[in-house]
Design a protein around this ligand. Structure first.
Ligand SMILES: C[S@@+](CC[C@H](N)C(=O)[O-])C[C@H]1O[C@@H](n2cnc3c(N)ncnc32)[C@H](O)[C@@H]1O
Length: 451
């Protein structure tokens, strides 16, 4: 790996005697880690391939070897998320700093592809709201897919510039800025980042980060929390931005009691992960408490067409009876039915009324006459009824389903069937006589060849 001269010089200055082991570490193999979905447990998952536990998160594991994730049906069922171990530190920090038992409104401002959003979703309760934003439109599909797979229903996906959130000032209890950065921390995983590294680019990133932070900071509710992370080592993007933030807005950095054996370095403004000290990429983490005592936010009222009672009754067989009453059901103008957690209706309304480019809540299907066509999201979510017919597919048939190819379904009855692999849902098929209609959305289709 040929590194930019000035990067070498800066790191030597920063690390002194440790610089050589740092350069050696970034020239090695990138480590692979996954975080399991606590709501979709599969016994024996990754078994022999698990190297060790990631200590700062409950469900994170380093793997010995990188599997072909794209050919694993469990990847499509949301059983796990591939994520660098360092980014999972968020879990430790949130548990140490935030009262996760109170109702929470959470915003992930720079969310795609969504690894951290799924970590947040795992830490949230059924009555919390998660808004995930990505400014670059082409990155929305993967973000939506990752969240749908994870199966947390109270998500709104938005596609806005951070500055356009200003009407939601003081609305969120937690705002996360996993900022676009110079990516000097991910040279191992993404060698392209080496070519775009320059001191000029670092300055450009630092300025952009300030702009995102100032917009995001205003959205934090009194006594709420802001989290700022980068994949950088330099002070422009890290400590200097933290200093600027705490000078400009009403935030105080939260101290974390990090076990020394984790080898995470306490640095000016936060916590630094170095690849020669912790297994994973280079990562900077900081968390802040909002210190003002101002009044909370006034929420709006929801203006959506509630479904007719007769239609709600038709939904009942599709929805898990334990949560059916917790949700309210609405029809969008295109007929798509959405389920909103009833106690969060005014929170939804507030976001819907202020943000233009956004999803409309959790889409569970569409009525065609008196027939209900369930959505792919419903199949992967905890809302789907336990009494729906399920058929277990072996790995070959699961791959055929994911490729939208023909395969046999082992059921005698006509109608909707939830196809599963290792007990986890992959999606819908409909059996009509000898025919099996595959309802996997085209954009979810597996295109890769089995080697
Ligand atoms: C480090 S990545 C986020 C990774 C994500 N948190 C995850 O865990 O999967 C930064 C994200 O910020 C987005 N971004 C780029 N420019 C931005 C801007 N001006 N404002 C907000 N987000 C931006 C990028 O498109 C990218 O998706």
């Amino acid at each position: 790996m040929t590194l930019p001269e000035n990067f070498i010089k800066n790191m030597k200055e920063q690390l002194g005697g440790d610089a050589e082991s740092f350069f050696k570490a970034i020239d090695g193999e990138a480590s692979v880690s996954v975080r399991l979905n606590p709501k979709k447990e599969v016994s024996g998952i990754f078994s022999e391939n698990i190297d060790k536990h990631v200590p700062w998160t409950q469900n994170g594991f380093y793997l010995k070897q990188k599997p072909v994730f794209a050919l694993d049906p469990l990847f499509y069922s949301g059983a796990y998320q591939v994520q660098d171990a360092t980014a999972m530190f968020l879990e430790f920090a949130l548990k140490a700093t935030v009262d996760l038992k109170r109702p929470l409104r959470v915003l992930d401002m720079c969310a795609a592809p969504g690894a951290t959003s799924t970590l947040l979703a795992s830490l949230l309760k059924p009555n919390d709201l998660l808004v995930v934003n990505e400014v670059i439109k082409s990155r929305l599909t993967v973000l939506k897919e990752n969240l749908l797979k994870w199966g947390f229903p109270n998500v709104i996906v938005t596609n806005q510039d951070p500055e356009t959130f200003s009407d939601l000032e003081g609305f969120f209890d937690i705002v996360l800025v996993d900022a676009p950065s110079s990516a000097e921390g991910v040279f191992k995983k993404d060698p392209n980042a080496i070519n775009s590294w320059s001191e000029q680019n670092i300055q450009m990133c630092a300025t952009r980060q300030k702009r995102i932070l100032s917009a995001a900071g205003l959205l934090v509710a009194p006594r709420g929390h802001l989290i700022y992370t980068t994949n950088a080592y330099n002070s422009e993007e890290n400590s200097k931005n933290v200093k600027w933030l705490t000078r400009t807005l009403d935030f105080v950095q939260a101290e974390l009691d990090v076990p020394a054996e984790w080898n995470i370095e306490k640095v000016d403004g936060g916590y630094q992960f170095y690849p020669h000290k912790t297994q994973g990429e280079g990562f900077f983490f900081s968390i802040f408490n909002q210190m003002s005592f101002e009044e909370g936010f006034n929420v709006s009222r929801l203006k959506l067409n509630a479904l007719r009672k007769s239609q709600v009754a038709l939904l009942a067989p599709w929805i898990n009876s334990e949560v059916f009453e917790d949700f309210s059901y609405f029809a969008k103008t295109d007929g798509v039915v959405i389920a909103l957690y009833t106690k969060l209706q005014n929170d939804y309304a507030t976001v819907f009324n202020t943000i233009v480019k956004r999803s409309s809540g959790f889409e569970i299907g569409i009525f065609k006459g008196s027939d209900f066509i369930p959505s792919h999201g419903l199949a992967l979510s905890p809302l789907v009824s336990d009494s729906i017919t399920k058929v277990e597919l072996n790995v070959e048939d699961a791959i055929s389903f994911l490729r939208k190819e023909n395969f046999e379904v082992d059921t005698v009855e006509n109608g909707w069937v939830l196809v599963c692999h290792k007990g986890l849902a992959l999606g819908w098929v409909k059996k009509i006589g000898d025919r099996i209609n595959n309802y996997l959305p085209a954009e979810w289709r597996l295109k890769m060849d089995v080697e």
